[in-house]
Design a protein around this ligand. Sequence first.
Ligand code: ADP
Ligand code: MG
Length: 140
Amino acid sequence: MAVERTLSIIKPDATRRNLTGKIITKFEEAGLKVVASRRLRLSQADAEAFYGVHKERPFFKDLVSFMISGPVVVQVLEGEGAIQKNRDVMGATNPANAAAGTIRKEFAESIEANSAHGSDAPETAANEIKFFFRDLDIVG
Ligand code: ADP
Ligand code: MG
């Protein structure tokens, strides 16, 4: 398994409840290393562009409103099979279906306010990392 990089976002529901440290600990305990990190507030245009793939979905407008409702922490995670590993640590999109011990099972408030985002494939990971970080900002 190759060393990969993936994009993580700690979402506004989690920053609001001061859960960033607990969530980062889950990544670190799974062997993922934070190699870039920034706290920021997304603009509406940023959130619409980032989630552009979902623009025809019925939940798109609400998702954008939620993602701009407070600060987020965007991070690059690095490790063996980091893309899938991050998805495993996050758990299923709907916390009702998420496995015990996952971020979404332990922390998510709802299917929308589900505490974390993680890239879903190598190409999306590369594009999502570029959306937030320059190469110089990522230190492995
Ligand atoms: P994931 O984040 O697990 O990759 P998706 O890419 O399908 O899930 O959806 C992106 C985000 O949109 C989810 O993390 C969640 O915040 C929101 N979302 C997905 N499905 C729904 C839904 N049925 N109702 C409300 N929000 C949703
Ligand atoms: Mg997704």
